[in-house]
Design a protein around this ligand. Structure first.
Ligand SMILES: C[S@@+](CC[C@H](N)C(=O)[O-])C[C@H]1O[C@@H](n2cnc3c(N)ncnc32)[C@H](O)[C@@H]1O
Length: 288
């Protein structure tokens, strides 16, 4: 296990949040798999590449990258022990052999200098307390000309799952949850502003920074009741539910089910997620 500088995130992703993601990984992949092709295409992974997947979680994108780099390899790096256990189990089950996983804090984890052709991430780049240090670490790990490509959430209000949860404001103590916060501390919506992203990556040593919006319809459940139960069991939903009484919890479940009805189609609930596909290149010398 590596050294953690981000204790709060390490605790969350090794606690309820990590266990929930590991337990529900197939569901999260059904929600987020639409981002895989745009991400992997943007990273332009070749057959012989060595790829690093940051905040790889249960390793879906790490395994897909490893398949593209059939003569190379992919390494997944994550804080979360339960999610990495799930990643290793899935790689074994799927027979993907050119993949490995390591536990560590990506901001400070010692990565082989110029050891990678591409660094990728699906929703794993927004939780850093020191994003410039993290991006500089990835810059050092890339070979000259190496590619960075990652998916991060765009503005909160462009995401239908969040819109559905915030419709419960009369029942759950939402506080600032889901409000457009702009760049701030670590969290899912810390990289919603393209200028902020460009500034952080440039400070980390990257060039040719580009942000491109990608919108995906994710599958959140078999029907509205199923999707509502999942949303309320997920990290933010569970946190809100834990603050109210059992009758209010039931009321929240019913109201969310009603709100999700209009998203039912073809035997599933589909909700739009809007994200940035960020790309950059390791240009000149690594920053000191
Ligand atoms: C939203 S999940 C995404 C997981 C996975 N990439 C996926 O798409 O299913 C975010 C992941 O980032 C990881 N993470 C957060 N901060 C990290 C850090 N400083 N270093 C490494 N991983 C981190 C969490 O443990 C978690 O697995």
């Amino acid at each position: 296990m590596g050294h953690f500088t981000n204790t709060a995130q390490a605790e969350a992703w090794n606690g309820y949040e990590g266990a929930q993601w590991a337990r529900s990984q197939e569901r999260w992949d059904a929600v987020n798999d639409g981002f895989n092709q745009p991400l992997l295409n943007a990273a332009a992974i070749s057959e012989t590449d060595t790829v690093l997947d940051i905040g790889c979680g249960a390793g879906r994108t790490t395994r897909l990258a490893a398949r593209r780099a059939g003569l190379g390899r992919a390494l997944g790096l994550d804080l979360s022990a339960p999610m990495l256990d799930k990643a290793r189990e899935s790689a074994l089950h799927e027979g993907v052999e050119n993949v490995s996983f390591v536990q560590g804090d990506a901001q400070v984890h010692p990565l082989e200098a110029e050891g990678f052709d591409a660094v990728i991430s699906r929703y794993g780049m927004t939780f850093f307390t020191d994003p410039v240090a993290a991006f500089a670490n990835f810059h050092r790990a890339l070979r000259p000309g190496g590619r960075l490509a990652f998916i991060c959430a765009a503005e909160a209000e462009a995401n239908e799952w969040l819109e559905a949860l915030t419709s419960l404001r009369d029942i759950l103590p939402l506080g600032g949850f889901g409000k457009p916060g702009g760049p701030g501390g670590p969290g899912m919506f810390s990289l919603t502003d393209p200028d902020h992203i460009r500034g952080l990556l440039t400070a980390g040593g990257f060039t040719d920074v580009d942000t491109h919006r990608v919108e995906v319809q994710g599958k959140w459940g078999a029907d509205a009741a199923d999707a509502a139960a999942f949303l309320l069991d997920s990290g933010p939903g569970r946190h809100l539910l834990d603050q109210v009484t059992p009758p209010e919890q039931d009321e929240a479940g019913q109201a969310l089910t009603a709100a999700l009805k209009r998203h039912e189609a073809n035997g599933a609930v589909w909700l739009r997620s809007s994200s940035w596909l960020v790309t950059a290149v390791r240009g000149g010398a690594a920053p000191r």
